[in-house]
Design a protein around this ligand. Structure first.
Ligand SMILES: [Fe+2]
Length: 289
């Protein structure tokens, strides 16, 4: 009987010295764990290139036992691009790029919906780097799904129907809940609904990914509400098929780094009243095309 496949040793051939990265797939469709790297260090460009390639190959990559400071978290994220300051989510006062996702007895997590981050922005994130600070004894896993595979699984006819369509993405669906009317209208002026292709092309790999999500997509442009809702529902159901997914059990100082352009995620809210504290630094992306 075959044992588990051995970890693939990455040598970053053609990019200078070996990086020492060891990459092990966690599920057939998406996700890999990377060992052999210490994120407290100022990594070589070859190591960063290897990590970036792993992100493109596996869409979400995981690191374990990375006891890093906020400064190290920010420094690592900056190697991949400019950093985002989220206008709605609480952040560290000393480091506004670090978002705090904190839930406990008085604050049950309500982000247990499938989504890609900040798709209501004109330029949604390239990726997010999320670190677990405190985890519940059991529960609080996150699931990611591969939206390139989801798109590829659709019939030719449906793919053709979607290509060329645009959808509207709006933060009010989610972050607008409970916001006082004055603030809501000020934020709507600042962040008007964004229009993105229903099928986006990855700017680095050229892959096509389905790019609508139940948290922020308000409708498909040019369709009446019923037709739009029923098409979106059909697409969301497809995106929830387990074969396209990986599920990650967090430990303290685990890190997930996902490509927000080709994935969606679902943070499971099954641990209340236990506590879970996470910190996220987010890399700005470009306008989907
Ligand atoms: Fe998210």
């Amino acid at each position: 009987m075959a044992g588990p496949s051995p970890a693939r040793r990455e040598t970053a051939a053609g990019r200078g010295p070996a990086t020492g990265l060891s990459i092990r797939k966690l599920a057939p469709a998406i996700g890999a764990e990377i060992d052999g790297v210490d994120l407290r260090e100022d990594l070589s460009q070859a190591a960063i290139d290897g990590i970036r390639q792993a992100l493109l190959d596996h869409r979400v990559i995981f690191f374990r036992d990375q006891d890093i400071t906020s400064e190290q978290h920010i420094a690592f994220a900056r190697r991949f691009g400019e950093l985002e300051v989220h206008p709605f989510t609480p952040n560290r006062k000393d480091h506004p790029e670090v978002i705090l996702l904190e839930n406990g007895p008085d604050n049950k997590s309500r982000i247990n919906v499938w989504h890609s981050d900040v798709t209501w922005r004109i330029e949604p994130s390239l990726g997010s780097i999320l670190r677990a600070v405190e985890v519940p004894e059991i529960g609080g896993d996150t699931i990611w799904t591969n939206m390139v595979a989801v798109y590829a699984s659709l019939s030719d006819e449906l793919q053709q129907r979607l290509d060329g369509l645009f959808a509207i993405h709006d933060f009010t669906h989610n972050f607008g809940r409970g916001m006082n009317p004055d603030r809501l209208s000020a934020m709507q002026k600042k962040f008007p609904p964004a229009r993105h292709p229903v099928v986006r092309t990855h700017p680095e790999t050229g892959e096509k990914a389905l790019y609508v999500n139940g948290a922020f997509t308000s409708g498909i442009e040019g369709m009446d509400a019923n037709e739009s809702d029923s098409l979106l529902e059909k697409l969301y159901r497809r995106a929830q098929v387990p074969e396209f997914q990986v599920r990650f059990a967090w430990r303290e100082n685990s890190i997930a780094f996902w490509d927000n352009r080709t994935t969606q995620h679902y943070p499971i809210s099954d641990y209340w009243p236990q506590s879970r504290r996470m910190e996220r630094v987010t890399v700005i992306g470009d306008a989907p095309f």
